[in-house]
Design a protein around this ligand. Structure first.
Ligand SMILES: Cc1cc2nc3c(=O)[nH]c(=O)nc-3n(C[C@H](O)[C@H](O)[C@H](O)COP(=O)(O)OP(=O)(O)OC[C@H]3O[C@@H](n4cnc5c(N)ncnc54)[C@H](O)[C@@H]3O)c2cc1C
Length: 409
């Protein structure tokens, strides 16, 4: 027999967005059900930051805004309303210190994501949130000003729903895109969905031998056809199948198959400037081998040798003997090493999803739908994806809190 229950709020999905939203609703005295399709909560949270959970970032919250692609306006209210400092205090007050580990990344002192999850579950329990596991939602029906949330064996009736079902990446963790379907059934538009925070894959990658080499702060340029679309700077990593590293992962939201990227392996992408500098080096050190002459540019040796080989330049040959045509080709390969993108890593390996519930149909000051009263969205189900560094979980938390605070009691 199908059971029917009526509650004040239903939160769907027990990731960071849903757990934060639910515990805030509970703390406001709202009868709150958190429905999760897995046997346990926060599977993606547990694997985040390689199991250590890079939960947020250090610094001023205003500096976060540029880390959400073109969506800084949308995330602003949520982030200012519940900032990185609020997150740090929340856990600190509950006995878990958060520390800055490298380049501003904030982790629990214990370096265990499980400790973050335990506090969230305990806070849900304190605030009398009823978490129902193995409860997969099959549909949400709007009837007058109520929602009927249907599962296999129950129907829950409520005036307020917060959809926190996450994106589509790492589907084994439970986020398999169900929220897009619910939102779309309720009349919302879903923007194009694609993997984000993922690597570039290149068929017959000519630099397989360089796998493991990283270049700090490389200049990365994106070309579509002959048109330059964007440029960024970040650490890159050569892999067996292509290119990865934070600089590429963060840039991947802008990339498509068949795009071209150009990497500068030195401090400048300006080929004239680099050639001038190279000519000065050759004038000073013409008797040295070309490999030694180029060492000043700090290009990792294995990569430099691969580039010299590609240009049929003997690394032991005298720098002064470098022919003009070979010099020009070498300068191009060092300042704008070009790769055509065959594919981007798929949803199985992407750390985030680009696309989701269209932002122009959601009020960024409350996270409520502009189309249906009482319907809220939080976290990665929205068309928001951020750079690596703790910005994704921070937005999940901030948007979950904002939605919960705006539910009418
Ligand atoms: C390998 C990896 C490492 C990462 N590391 C970091 C990091 O260090 N820092 C960072 O900021 N970000 C990191 N991210 C991204 C970050 O984990 C996500 O952006 C974040 O978890 C999104 O939170 P969310 O609550 O919106 O969704 P999720 O965490 O995806 O949670 C969604 C929940 O909804 C449930 N659900 C889905 N559909 C249904 C349904 N029909 N019925 C009931 N329940 C449902 C799912 O089972 C899941 O529990 C990482 C991601 C990956 C994959």
């Amino acid at each position: 027999m199908i059971q029917e229950e009526t509650v004040d709020v239903i939160v769907i999905g027990a990731g960071p967005a849903g757990l934060f939203a639910a515990q805030v609703c509970g703390s406001r005295g709202l009868k709150t059900y958190l429905l999760e399709k897995n046997k346990s909560a926060g599977l993606k949270l547990l694997i985040s930051g390689t199991g250590q959970c890079n939960i947020t970032h250090a610094g001023k919250i205003g500096d976060f805004l540029s880390h959400y692609g073109d969506n800084s306006r949308f995330v602003r209210t949520a982030l200012y309303n519940y900032s990185n400092e609020n997150v740090i205090s929340f856990f600190q007050e509950r006995g878990l210190r958060l520390i800055e580990v490298n380049n501003g990344k904030i982790f629990p002192e214990t370096l265990k994501s499980r400790d973050i999850l335990s506090i969230l579950l305990s806070e849900c329990a304190t605030n009398k949130v009823c978490i129902k596991y193995e409860t997969s939602i099959s549909g949400i029906v709007r009837s007058e000003d109520l929602f009927k949330v249907q599962t296999q064996d129950s129907t829950f009736t409520t005036r307020n729903i917060i959809i926190c079902t996450g994106g589509k990446s790492y589907p084994k963790t439970g986020s398999s895109g169900d929220g897009y379907q619910f939102a779309s059934q309720l009349g919302h538009s879903i923007t194009q969905i694609k993997p984000a925070l993922t690597s570039i894959l290149i068929d017959d990658f000519p630099f397989q031998i360089c796998a493991g080499i990283s270049i700090p702060d490389a200049i990365i340029q994106l070309y579509r056809g002959t048109k330059k679309i964007r440029q960024t700077q970040g650490d890159i990593l050569f892999t067996h199948k292509g290119i990865s590293g934070p600089g590429i992962l963060d840039f991947s939201r802008f990339l498509n198959p068949n795009d071209t990227i150009r990497l500068s392996l030195t401090k400048t992408a300006n080929s004239d400037e680099f050639e001038k500098s190279l000519l000065e080096q050759i004038a000073l050190n013409g008797k040295k081998s070309i490999k030694n002459c180029l060492s000043i540019y700090e290009i990792p040796e294995r990569l430099l040798l691969a580039i010299l080989e590609m240009n049929q330049i003997d690394p032991t040959s005298k720098a002064a003997d470098l022919e003009k045509t070979k010099r020009k080709a070498l300068v191009k390969h060092i300042t704008a090493l070009e790769f055509n993108i065959d594919r981007l890593g798929g949803f199985k390996e992407a750390m985030a999803t680009n696309g989701g519930v269209a932002l122009d149909e959601v009020n960024q000051k409350t996270m409520e739908s502009k189309l249906i009263k009482g319907l809220f969205f939080a976290g990665e189900v929205l068309d928001i994806d951020a750079d690596t560094g703790g910005y994704n979980i921070q937005f999940a938390i901030s948007s979950g809190v904002l939605a919960a605070q705006n539910i009418l009691s």
